[in-house]
Design a binder for this molecule. Structure first.
Ligand SMILES: [Fe+2]
Length: 244
């Protein structure tokens, strides 16, 4: 793994003087999705139909998310980097090409597994698990480079307001289902202060039904303690019996 002194210095700087981080929230959701699919495939009994269907659905959701996410990075973040610092997005743009191939290879393996007769699936299921683990490992390193090297470029050439402005077309390009899916995973993956800030922002800028929908998602994914803490942070009436 390549984590050189520059990256470590960038990480330290990020803690010292926080800048607007366009990757932080959505990449936490991505890491949660990677972990979820990998765990599901690892514990799957490939001959138990319901378990296999559940694990492959989680894999499918992850791969859909990955394809959309890299397309949005290509469409909205890389052009911004290239506009003010030519050549800075090339390396990871090429990795995105490799990710597309890896996504299709994983989909192909999953389809083969589903068509393999009962009693003969275990070997292929383990191959799929290992291939996904390699994909996850690569993506974790890829996201780290985006959150260090790419952020360094954005922070050097754009104000926080300009970086935040890049998110408008990014989120507008999502369907309502894609937005809800990403938000659900973000709400479950963010720290309390990040979750509170996200919802406060939505309450301020988004139409009321969007904020209400986000609250519903939060109630679904958070445990009672997390929900009570969020409710209190937002100044909502506490539910009976819940304490923060
Ligand atoms: Fe990426």
């Amino acid at each position: 793994m390549k984590m050189d002194a520059i990256e470590l210095a960038q990480l330290a700087q990020a803690h010292a003087e926080p800048r607007y981080d366009i990757y932080a929230g959505i990449h936490k959701a991505a890491r949660a999705l990677f972990a979820d699919a990998l765990l599901a495939l690892g514990r799957m009994d490939a001959d138990a139909d319901a378990e296999r269907a559940d694990a492959l659905a989680r894999l499918d959701a992850l791969l859909d998310f990955c394809g959309q996410h890299l397309a949005h990075e290509n469409a909205f973040i890389h052009p911004a980097m290239e506009a003010r610092a030519a050549g800075t997005s090339e390396a990871l743009a090429h990795e995105h090409d490799d990710h597309r191939l890896a996504i299709e290879a994983l989909r192909g393996l999953a389809r083969r597994l589903d068509k393999t007769p009962a009693g003969q699936r275990a070997g292929l299921a383990h191959v799929l698990y290992l291939r996904l683990s390699a994909f996850v490992a690569h993506n974790l390193e890829h996201m780290l480079v985006e959150e260090t090297a790419h952020n360094a470029v954005l922070w050097a050439h754009y104000s926080d307001a300009e970086i935040a402005g890049l998110e408008g077309p990014f989120t507008a390009a999502l369907s309502p289902e894609e937005s809800a899916f990403a938000l659900r995973w973000m709400l479950g993956a963010l720290s309390h202060p990040q979750r509170l800030a996200l919802l406060a922002e939505l309450r301020f800028h988004a139409p009321a039904p969007v904020f209400d929908g986000a609250l519903d998602l939060a109630r679904e994914v958070l445990d009672d303690t997390q929900w009570a803490r969020l409710s209190r942070g937002l100044g909502l009436a506490p539910a009976p019996g819940l304490v923060a």
